[in-house]
Design a protein around this ligand. Structure first.
Ligand SMILES: [Zn+2]
Length: 402
């Protein structure tokens, strides 16, 4: 009997139809010319995120082609046009898809725009592999992690309200076991934009450290402040694997001035909790497809000019750079002066509403230029360590927040 099974291909296939997956498969009949399209968020204004699974791929030279990737979605193109960018290669250049065989370890393969299409070629070493714009951060991972974090006696976990689709908006209070009265209240929120998953790993690094009873810097920090953390502002968008929008089709980071219970309940409920608790420091964690540095933006020159905020911001930047070379002082934010509707953005709304130091953090999708890692690019592990290091920076300014 001939062993025909051994020589036959087990069946090559590509799909994004699984929780957290996102891709339109145009043609996966030939591994050497897999044709794909990006999925649009509701209303078609945003795309960019992708995450799919290949199987039967071991040893096959695979050529993945995202058709028309050079044509940026209208939302991205508008933001790109309104802001000067550091990148000359747009969101697709100088990087490539992240790939994993086990969904734990991710590496980067190079991609490039050829004409209108974005192309990545590699030979998988295993049959099953996952390919994504950046390392995914699933709701399952988030729930598993929060279930561990709650074991710390410093942590209380609750929900400020529900999303458009009815998911809980998780809220963590991290404080010394005392009442927390009289201490400054520091807020850190993440993932208004669901594809910017580096914020999920940043949160893990931050929270693992904040719950370490033996860490002297954390002890000192929590003697001065309480922390209030929204690990995921947009669980609907995360669950649906959207690029940018929430379950109601709103860009949450353009909703802070006009937050309402119908289309942006995520922001509305968080604002309510903030008014109840108070805010003395605010940070909003994002990822940027073009920057090749970790960037913080703080008080903008117009119409602010609040010397106290500017001085505190300088102290925060210096303190962070002193503790982590991944926060690099030579790359200030280049976003320009605030535009007309600047209060739509969380960090600018917060700055005025609570008269506090308010910053936005952008981690790169690509990599840093100061310490390039060809194998991984900016990685989940580096995002985790960045979250860990932020504790030192915050501790340095914790006495001066008010
Ligand atoms: Zn963002």
């Amino acid at each position: 009997m001939a062993h025909r099974v051994e020589s036959s291909n087990p069946g090559f296939s590509v799909s994004g139809t699984f929780p957290g997956g996102s891709i339109v498969v145009v043609d996966d009949s030939d591994p050497a010319d897999v044709q794909l399209r990006l999925k649009n968020d509701p209303k078609g204004s945003w795309s960019g995120h992708y995450h799919f699974r290949m199987t039967g791929a071991r040893g096959l030279p695979c050529k993945l082609r995202i058709l028309n990737a050079a044509v940026l979605s209208p939302g991205y193109a508008a933001i790109s046009a309104a802001n000067p960018r550091t990148s000359t290669t747009g969101p697709w250049g100088d990087t490539g898809p992240r790939v994993s065989y086990d969904r734990q370890n991710w590496f980067r393969v190079r991609g490039e725009l050829v004409g209108q299409d974005y192309i990545a070629e590699f030979v998988p070493e295993q049959d099953i592999c996952f390919v994504a714009q950046w390392v995914p951060y699933s709701i399952d991972r988030e729930y598993n992690f929060l279930s561990q974090v709650q074991k710390s006696r410093r942590v209380r976990a609750g929900s400020v309200g529900k999303t458009v689709m009815g998911a809980q908006i998780d809220y963590l209070r991290v404080a010394d076991t005392g009442s927390g009265e009289g201490k400054n209240n520091c807020w850190i929120i993440s993932r208004q934009h669901p594809s910017e998953t580096m914020s999920g790993y940043f949160n893990e690094g931050l929270l693992k450290r904040l719950t370490d009873e033996h860490d002297p810097v954390v002890r000192q920090l929590l003697s001065k402040v309480n922390l209030h953390i929204i690990p995921n502002m947009n669980p609907d968008g995360s669950g649906e694997a959207f690029t940018r929008l929430n379950g109601g089709g709103a860009d949450l980071n353009r909703s802070w001035q006009s937050a309402n219970i119908e289309s942006s309940p995520e922001v509305f409920h968080v604002q309510q909790k903030m008014r109840e608790v108070g805010v003395d420091f605010f940070m909003d964690c994002h990822g940027d497809e073009e920057f090749r540095h970790v960037i913080l933006a703080g008080p903008l020159p117009v119409p602010y000019g609040r010397d106290r905020h500017n001085a505190l911001f300088a102290d925060l930047r210096n303190a962070w750079a002193a503790t982590s070379p991944d926060y690099d002082l030579s790359h200030p934010y280049i976003g320009g002066p605030p535009r007309e509707n600047y209060r739509d953005l969380a960090w600018l709304w917060m700055s005025e509403e609570f008269d506090c130091l308010s910053v936005i953090l952008e981690q790169p999708f690509k990599d840093t230029t100061w310490a390039e890692d060809e194998q991984h690019g900016w990685s989940a592990e580096r995002a985790d360590r960045l979250g860990y290091s932020f504790v030192n920076a915050l501790n340095q300014i914790a006495d001066s927040l008010r």
